[in-house]
Design a binder for this molecule. Structure first.
Ligand SMILES: Cc1cc2nc3c(=O)[nH]c(=O)nc-3n(C[C@H](O)[C@H](O)[C@H](O)COP(=O)(O)O)c2cc1C
Length: 156
């Protein structure tokens, strides 16, 4: 059974709602999922998973410092987590507020780790972007994201 870490930070609950929906969807696909807030785990868990789905609110066009700190600490596993499947998601305050750059920044860090970073054609290309709390549009995107992630994961 494949094992995925859904890791997120959320101060007011919007990103957390997205993370929960993703974790629920993965579990329904027979994938072992750990849903964790970024301060609940340390980087030593990273090698245990086949992939990570990472979410952060948009803070000034990038990820929250808590998520960046985790990623900075992950340097301990540089060259040890190559080939893991990674996707990103975010909640932002407004359209054009920088949501896409949050996802890109997360993906960019894991590209440097040599991970396989997933983009999408049928939803936000760099990952789902909620405006505030996830609405019906974003719920559909999260379902599509999980479908695609699970399908690709089954092939690697
Ligand atoms: C420090 C800070 C910086 C933020 N910067 C931006 C921003 O640059 N653009 C934007 O659209 N929203 C910005 N927001 C709004 C949050 O991204 C938005 O409220 C998000 O839904 C919060 O997610 P959460 O409920 O998971 O904490 C900012 C919020 C905070 C607290």
């Amino acid at each position: 059974m494949k094992k995925v870490l859904v890791l997120y930070y959320s101060r007011t609950g919007n990103t957390e709602k997205m993370a929960k929906k993703i974790a629920e969807g993965l579990a329904n696909k027979n994938i072992a999922v750990d849903l964790k807030k970024v301060d609940e785990v340390d980087v030593d868990v990273l090698p245990n998973y086949d992939g990570y789905i990472i979410g952060s609110p948009n803070y000034f066009g990038t990820m929250a410092a808590e998520v960046k700190k985790f990623i900075d600490e992950s340097v301990k596993y540089y060259r040890k987590i190559e080939g893991k499947l990674v996707a990103a998601f975010t909640s932002t305050g407004m359209i054009g507020g920088g949501g896409e750059t949050v996802c890109l920044d997360i993906l960019k860090a894991f590209l440097i780790h040599g991970c396989l970073c997933l983009g999408f054609t049928r939803l936000g290309h760099y990952g789902p972007v909620a405006i505030g709390k996830p609405d019906e549009r974003v719920e559909k995107e999260l379902t599509e994201m999980v479908n695609r992630y699970a399908e690709v994961l089954s092939r690697i």
